[in-house]
Design a protein around this ligand. Structure first.
Ligand SMILES: Nc1ncnc2c1ncn2[C@@H]1O[C@H](COP(=O)(O)O)[C@@H](OP(=O)(O)O)[C@H]1O
Ligand SMILES: [Mg+2]
Length: 372
């Protein structure tokens, strides 16, 4: 169902993202049921891609781009720009439950240029290939003026051990200043339960977790899944002293966690910026907490040696030069017919010169040059 333009842009974006996250979850489930995962090794440490990652990204980016052609969208996977997108990958529904909520006052008047969408079509890919299905999530994060503001976490295989045929998809969404929906929170959790990576661990990660004096460590897959543990109060903190996580891993989880009063920053306690032109890796690592964030920051500062800590650089919010913005992006803007493929549909929240360049590229695309 279409939605009135009088509904604030942010709520339309969240509503469309919830709907398309269910479509992407269905795609991931279909890939698993068919049984041919089509695994590609991307060359990093346990850095895999499957048919579910590829198809879910095509579905999410093509659908959101069709509804919001002037919003910048970045997806994790680099996909060939020529691949045809099946018509049934295009989701046009808007989630009605989201639209019943009022947009927070301070977010009512944002416009297209303020927004960047960060898409991880399948977070926890390594775990997906190994059958840890509850670690898998679809992440759609909406940044406004560089701040993680709203997010959607869809868990395609929720409760897969109890519900036959790989469980059932569930969707958690939230907006800063409004709250988060779609889950139950434990009232209380004893001790100091810390969650961290299971498939990308190393000495520094383990030492940094130990610095936070855990009573229990949960080594699980996926940034989305780990933040879900915090949101549901099954863990107190997510500690990841590594530059391996990217903006699409943390934007949606951060927005939801922060809407509940938690925090997600780098390991120094500095905010992570989500403008279109930031480096994709979270070079300062990731620290997410339900409460007492500064206590964890101080423990890390106190107990991890300064040479190790100096390797984790906080990302500066200042935009890089125009040249680096343009070379950094694989920009595959597709036509609004959404027939062509996508990798990153990015229209930078940029200074004037970059905007002119973008418009020129868009014009060239519309004239049929799909390799821009
Ligand atoms: N060293 C590394 N190399 C590549 N990706 C990494 C990484 N460390 C973390 N990541 C990415 O960050 C996300 C969370 O990692 P982890 O599950 O280890 O906590 C995963 O996203 P994807 O599964 O979407 O690729 C993972 O690939
Ligand atoms: Mg990921």
């Amino acid at each position: 169902m279409a939605v009135s333009e009088s509904v604030p842009l942010l709520m339309r974006l969240v509503s469309a993202s919830v709907s398309v996250s269910y479509r992407a979850a269905r795609i991931a489930r279909d890939v698993l049921i068919k049984g041919d995962l089509g695994i590609v090794d991307k060359g990093g440490k346990n850095d895999l891609q499957t048919e579910a990652d590829r198809s879910a990204q095509r579905c999410i980016i093509a659908s959101l781009h069709k509804q919001f052609p002037n919003v910048a969208i970045f997806g994790e996977e680099d996909l060939a720009p020529t691949t045809k997108i099946p018509d049934d990958f295009i989701e046009t529904e808007f989630d009605q439950d989201v639209l019943r909520h009022e947009c927070p006052e301070n977010l009512r008047n944002i416009n297209n240029d303020d927004v960047v969408i960060w898409v991880d079509p399948l977070d926890g890919t390594k775990e997906f290939t190994e059958g840890f299905l509850d670690h898998v999530t679809v992440l759609i994060g909406i940044a406004v003026k560089g701040v993680a503001t709203a997010g959607v976490i869809n868990q395609p295989f929720h409760n897969f051990e109890e519900i036959p045929k790989y469980g059932k998809a569930r969707c958690i969404w939230g907006v800063q200043g409004l709250g988060s929906f779609g889950f139950k929170r434990n009232a209380h959790l004893e001790g100091n339960v810390i969650t961290t990576t299971r498939s990308h661990s190393d000495y520094t990660i383990t030492k940094t977790v130990e610095a936070c004096e855990p009573t229990e460590v949960l080594r699980v897959g996926g940034a989305g899944h780990k933040v879900l543990l915090l949101i549901e109060k099954k863990a107190h903190a997510y500690v990841f002293a590594s530059i391996g996580c990217k903006k699409w891993d943390t934007c949606a989880p951060e927005a939801i966690l922060q809407s509940l009063g938690g925090r997600l920053t780098d390991i120094h306690g500095h905010p992570i910026p989500y403008h279109a032109n930031v480096v994709h890796n979270n070079t300062g690592g990731v620290l997410a907490t339900v409460a007492n964030h500064d206590w964890y920051v101080n423990k890390i500062k106190e107990k991890v040696d300064s040479e190790t800590l100096s390797k984790f650089e906080s990302v500066k919010a200042a935009p890089p030069s125009l040249e680096s913005q343009l070379s950094q992006q694989t920009l595959n803007i597709q036509n609004s017919s959404s027939k062509s493929a996508n990798g990153k549909v990015g229209e930078e929240k940029e200074p004037n010169a970059a905007k002119q360049e973008r418009m020129a590229r868009k014009r060239r695309l519309e004239e049929g040059d799909s390799k821009l």
